[in-house]
Design a protein around this ligand. Structure first.
Ligand code: MRU
Length: 312
């Protein structure tokens, strides 16, 4: 949890692979075959650190795919570093394009509910969900943000609030349980969240609590928007139920600032992500444009974007 947020995890993994290559190069010469074997093992170790966010495996596969197989140790390390830098820059450009496309969905004077942190801190920069808000404000729209605190790790209270305040954006933190109440009172215009993995069905895995926001938005007739780069779309995952959900330590729930809140030995379950079914999603904003229901055509629409290939 030092590096968190799907795109930032992918970028960090690409740099991790470059570091592994530098370490292998420092250990002395080896055959190309042995080097590739070690790099694939390092990539597998990195991929196993977080199961839900697909950007992690996307970045590792992209790095290995662009590496080629004819490089010696030091040259391979330098190339992997260049690839990691390109993945980082590419993510910032993708977030800015997501912002441009998504800003059109945010009306002037909107109060936008967010969940977790899908901002500059979770990406290469600018952010996905918060990137849309930043771009809408840059276009001259007045936008207020209501940020779910996001129990149990408090990404909303700690990260979203921090980065929006730093940018001078109007942000108010609420307990997660207050979101539906504010919707019922007519105080929310729409909700926008990031994503950790979007399945071929358009079902979307994101921070635990996102499903509750989507259900509440649906019940109140409010738009529920997802903002994510195409690297978060995983057409190999057919539907949301196929997404592996990371379980986090019970202490995240049972303790607050190291102080136990639950009676000793109380069982705790701490799934870190949930899946919002496509039928609750109003639109998915990507760098290639905005996708909307019916979701039956979603895989074809994604394929037809041509998925930008990174050049290094
Ligand atoms: O557990 P985290 O903090 O890594 O989870 C992050 C989220 O769930 C984000 O909302 C998601 O990764 C989208 S990041 C743009």
């Amino acid at each position: 949890m030092i590096v968190r947020g799907a795109p930032a995890i992918g970028i960090a993994a690409a740099f991790g692979l470059a570091l592994a290559a530098y370490r292998l190069a420092a250990a002395g010469p080896s055959s190309t075959e042995a080097l590739l074997h070690e790099l694939r093992a390092a990539a597998a170790r990195l991929a196993a650190t977080r199961p839900t966010a697909v950007n992690l495996s996307w970045a590792l596969e992209t790095s290995l795919g662009l590496l080629g197989d004819a490089l010696g140790g030091a040259a391979a390390a330098a190339r992997l570093e260049a690839i990691a830098l390109a993945i980082w820059r590419d993510d910032v450009a993708r977030c800015q394009a997501i912002g441009e496309h998504g800003a059109a969905l945010i009306p002037d004077g909107a109060t936008v509910l967010t969940h977790c942190n899908a901002g500059a801190l979770a990406t290469g920069g600018h952010g996905t969900a918060l990137g849309v808000i930043r771009s809408a404000i840059a276009q001259g729209k007045r936008v207020r943000v209501v940020a779910d605190e996001t129990r149990p790790f408090l990404q909303g209270a700690r990260l979203t609030a921090w980065e929006l305040l730093r940018d001078g954006i109007d942000v108010t933190v609420i307990p997660d349980g207050a979101a539906a109440h504010l919707m019922a009172r007519g105080q929310i215009t729409c909700a926008i969240v990031g994503a950790d993995r979007i399945a071929a069905s358009a079902d979307t895995a994101n921070k635990i609590g996102t499903l509750g926001v989507a259900l509440a938005a649906h019940a109140h007739g409010l738009p529920f928007l997802v903002a994510a780069p195409l690297s978060t779309v995983d057409l190999a995952t057919a539907r949301g139920g196929d997404v592996p959900i990371e379980e986090r330590p019970p202490t995240e729930v049972a303790e607050i600032m190291g102080i136990r809140m639950t009676p000793p030995s109380t069982p705790v379950v701490n799934p870190a992500f949930d899946v919002t079914p496509a039928r609750l999603i109003t639109a998915i904003v990507t760098e290639a444009g905005v996708f909307r229901p019916p979701w039956t055509n979603f895989p074809e629409q994604i394929r037809s974007t041509g998925r930008k290939i990174l050049t290094v």
